[in-house]
Design a protein around this ligand. Structure first.
Ligand code: NAP
Length: 347
């Protein structure tokens, strides 16, 4: 494994971040395809053995059971100071707004629930999961700053935002003396490259870490088009919503990944991640089996030539925004987000 600094922080992270969204009770949340605690522990243990020290979870995943599984496994298999744990909080709900819960109180309630789920007294990175159009950014930043000052999070990150939202937020944080966002978790992979226009150059300029999610397009960049017969591939409606509309044009790129992998004698996963590793700090890669994290770890060793990179990139055409980013609009402020804390009660 190789390691690098996470943007403007002193966190030393593995070049692969383990995405933990596939861990959790499948009967309690958005995903029916998540793996149970025994299998989650096996994958986490394997990741640690391979040198992965960076783990990404969220309160939204399977009603907090993902945080619980991840917390228990990491407490059993690793020393707290050797790992970097990231979790995320959700926007305020309509019910909270009605009850007069401020953005600051909401964040305090969310971090307290996450820390209790994880069985930890701090997280290394606390991530604003998706833009909350109903809460002033000043309240979000103040709430996050209080969390950092209380020692409950070492740093803050952001996910699913436009570059202008991040630039504006960090300018306000700078003015007010609040903690600034040090990392961005956006949707970025070989078949979805919309981050390249604004976010990537902005983050490069500011030394903000890029830790993209769905690094393998939820598995589509790991196998040939049409080979979608895993439990997740069949049941993950959210991923279908993100990728089905562009499947035909994406297939051209995926076939080039397969061709490159064959020529180099490696897996498609290695090629797809090796490409992304030339652009970002640490991609967040999901796993539902131990061999998945093994494949991801191997990618760190693969170097693609400039000609291979150009060949993989050449067929890309701009895509409409998909998934959470497609909802990031003021006119959607009244809609309930697809993501919620499920049946887990937050104060
Ligand atoms: N911030 C956000 O809004 C957000 C959104 C989505 C995800 N995330 C984070 O990003 C992480 C990754 O996202 P993701 O799971 O959508 O995408 P991903 O990393 O693009 O895809 C993971 C899937 O790829 C397949 N795979 C992984 N390694 C493989 C290997 N070595 N060989 C063959 N297949 C392999 C598996 O599919 P099968 O299970 O089908 O075999 C696995 O479930 C999540 O766990 C979560 O932490 C964040």
């Amino acid at each position: 494994m190789k390691y690098t600094k996470l943007g403007n922080s002193d966190l030393n992270v593995s070049r692969i971040c383990m995405g933990c969204m596939g861990f959790g009770d499948p009967t309690r949340g958005q995903h029916s395809w998540t793996v149970d605690e025994e299998h989650s522990r096996e994958i986490i243990k394997r990741g640690l053995e391979l040198g992965v020290n960076f783990f990404d979870t969220a309160i939204a995943y399977q009603s907090g059971t993902c945080e619980q599984y991840v917390g228990r496994a990491l407490r059993d298999f690793a020393k707290r100071e050797d790992i970097v744990v990231a979790t995320k909080f959700l926007p305020r709900t309509a019910d909270e707004i009605e009850r007069g819960i401020s953005g600051q109180q909401h964040i305090e309630n969310m971090i307290n629930t996450s820390l209790s789920n994880l069985g930890m007294d701090y997280v290394d990175l606390y991530i604003y999961h998706m833009w909350d159009w109903n809460t002033p950014i000043e309240d979000i930043l103040d709430g996050l700053d209080r969390v950092v000052k209380a020692g409950k999070a070492r740093y803050i990150g952001i996910s699913n935002c436009f570059a202008w939202q991040l630039a504006n937020a960090n300018a306000i944080a700078q003015r007010e003396g609040f903690a600034k966002f040090i990392s961005v978790q956006g949707h970025y992979n070989l078949i979805f490259r919309e981050e390249e226009r604004e976010m990537v150059p902005y983050c490069t300029e500011e030394n903000i870490a890029l830790t993209p999610y769905s690094a393998l397009a939820s598995g589509r960049l790991s196998r040939k088009p049409g080979e979608n017969d895993t439990k997740r591939a069949v049941e993950d409606a959210y991923a279908k919503f993100k990728y089905d509309a562009t499947a035909q044009q994406d297939g051209v790129i995926i076939n080039r990944v397969a061709e490159t992998a064959e020529k180099r004698g490696v897996t498609m996963t290695e090629v797809s991640l090796a490409w992304l590793l030339t652009k970002v700090t640490s991609p967040v890669v999901g796993a539902t089996k131990p061999h998945h994290i093994e494949g991801a770890a191997k990618a760190v060793e693969l170097e693609l030539s400039d000609a291979e990179i150009a060949y993989l990139e050449e067929p890309y055409v701009p895509h409409p925004l998909a998934g959470v980013m497609a909802q990031n609009k003021r006119e959607n402020a009244k809609d309930r987000h697809v993501w919620s804390t499920g049946d887990q009660k937050i104060k």
